[in-house]
Ligand binder design. Structure first.
Ligand SMILES: Nc1ncnc2c1ncn2[C@@H]1O[C@H](COP(=O)(O)OP(=O)(O)OP(=O)(O)O)[C@@H](O)[C@H]1O
Ligand SMILES: [Mg+2]
Length: 302
């Protein structure tokens, strides 16, 4: 076992024994952590994440979005705001995680991962302790945490996927996107065949096209990987989305009566149904980051 895994175990014991005061009168169980990912880039993850977050917030849930794309900044582009701090400031510059939360529309909170994400695997025990304590605070202020990742089967994306309670896979009906989605399902399935994978089909021309794409992907996944996908819904291909992106405003706020906005509301209802069913099982973001940090280091102890 690595040094990092060892010290993380000690830190988790300590944090669990400490009574961290909730800044907001909060729920007992941890937040539900959903990682939003895709095989192919540009299929609509960031738009789905931001608009879903707003829809969930409008239903009364406290939502935090973590921008975990190691590449170009994402969420801030869709929202037209550049966060001042990122996770690196929590690790290196003594910022409290609640201080690096920025508030977006409908009170959705955002955290930029930034360069902090790359540093997570090489923290000293002290830095790790600070980080885990901070992460534990998020469970007190959020009911749902959405993590927007980069595309593809990189080590970092797989870590985010495997550590989350559930994965939301976004794809378009295009054959190239479906092929890349399948490759990602396979990469997930070989690591954990019980991982729950939820599917959103984006940029569908019709409901039937979305259903057909879903069935195609689901049947090959079941046949060759023994993995059953859960269909969360679809969004139609609609120019209002690129209009909203150009204005750097979430489409659900700019065009609330548009079809994609209604599609997102349908999806949010399914997400919530599932959360309420499994509420008691959730261990929260602290559990998420311990799995994330242990990933690949500590297999024998699982
Ligand atoms: N349903 C849709 N209809 C029409 N255009 C869409 C739709 N969804 C997304 N787009 C367009 O696709 C572009 C890419 O979307 P987005 O940035 O959300 O994808 P992404 O998967 O996060 O990309 P990346 O992999 O680069 O992070 C957007 O700029 C938007 O214009
Ligand atoms: Mg993106």
């Amino acid at each position: 076992m690595s040094d990092q895994a060892n010290s993380l175990r000690e830190i988790l014991k300590k944090v669990n024994n400490e009574n961290i005061t909730a800044p907001i009168g909060a729920i007992q169980s941890g937040a539900k952590v959903l990682t939003i990912t895709s095989g192919k880039g540009g299929v609509g993850k960031t738009n789905v994440t931001v608009n879903l977050a707003i829809a969930l917030s409008e239903m009364g849930y406290r939502v935090v979005v973590i921008d975990a794309d190691l590449g170009l900044a994402n969420i801030d582009v869709v929202l037209g705001a550049m966060p001042k701090y990122n996770l690196a400031d929590v690790i290196k510059n003594d910022k409290n995680i609640l201080e690096i939360l920025s508030t977006g529309p409908k009170n959705v909170k955002f955290i930029s991962g930034g360069s902090g994400l790359e540093e997570l695997s090489r923290l000293t025990p002290n830095e790790l302790e600070v980080f885990v304590k901070n992460i534990a605070l998020l469970d007190k202020v959020a009911d749902i945490i959405l993590i927007d990742t980069g595309a593809g089967i990189s080590e970092s994306v797989i870590r985010f996927v495997m550590a989350a309670n559930d994965v939301i896979l976004v794809t378009t009906p295009e054959p190239t996107a479906i092929t890349d989605a399948y490759a990602l399902i396979k990469a997930i399935g070989t690591r954990d065949s019980n991982k729950k994978i939820k599917l959103i089909i984006n940029k569908a021309d019709t409901a039937i096209e979305a259903q057909t794409a879903m069935q195609k992907l689901n049947s090959v996944s079941q046949k060759f990987l023994k993995i059953k996908l859960q269909f969360l819904g679809y969004l139609v291909n609609d120019p209002i989305i690129s209009k909203a992106v150009k204005q750097q405003k979430p489409f659900i706020l700019l065009f609330p009566d548009s079809t994609p906005s209604k599609n997102i509301v349908e999806i949010s209802k399914k997400v919530v149904l599932d959360i309420n069913k499994k509420r008691r099982e959730e261990k929260g973001i602290k559990e998420f980051f311990s799995k994330f940090l242990f990933f690949g280091q500590d297999k024998e102890e699982k």
